[in-house]
Unconditional design. Structure first.
Length: 170
């Protein structure tokens, strides 16, 4: 998401960017902790120009800053990462959870006969047969673990909010 300051007071307030994997957890945090302000943005998870006015953006930034200083954000990050770590692996759709990709693409690239790295071979109990979707293991991380959250990202957003003069999400 490209978050553009409407009336930036400094360079920090001109532009804030997160890809979707960082933006969604950040905005969800804002909604969960400060819904009275963040909830004014009807389309916070889309890039259609919705946003906040100067006063609300500044106030949200100050609240995020207070959350950081009090340790609320660090605790949220810890719990968030614990939740991600507890998400079970999922079956690989490219190899049917076998660890060996035998579809047209897999055969074309020699995956059914490819020698596995010794570390993988020990885990899966075979020396050959590969899948580029799961590394030959048949299981892979759930896509949800791609969504990241950090104190540093919240800090950067808070700094932006306090200097942006209002913002629009594009």
């Amino acid at each position: 998401m490209d978050v553009m300051g409407k009336n930036a007071q400094t360079e920090t307030g001109e532009y804030f960017r997160n890809n979707v994997w960082w933006w969604r957890p950040l905005w969800d945090y804002c909604l969960s902790k400060h819904g009275d302000l963040a909830g004014k943005v009807e389309y916070g998870h889309s890039n259609d120009g919705d946003g906040l006015n100067s006063t609300d953006a500044y106030n949200l930034g100050k609240r995020l800053e207070a959350d950081i200083e009090s340790g609320v954000v660090a605790e949220f990050e810890r719990q968030y990462n614990e939740r991600l770590a507890s998400i079970p692996l999922v079956d690989c759709e490219w190899c049917g959870a076998t660890g060996i990709r035998t579809d047209e693409v897999g055969v074309e690239h020699g995956m059914p006969t490819k020698e596995l790295d010794p570390e993988v071979a020990i885990v899966v109990g075979r020396t050959h047969g590969y899948c580029n979707g799961c590394g030959g293991e048949g299981k892979k991380e759930n896509f949800l673990v791609s969504y990241s959250f950090s104190v540093e990202n919240v800090r950067n957003f808070a700094d932006f909010l306090m200097e942006c003069g209002g913002f629009e999400i594009w």
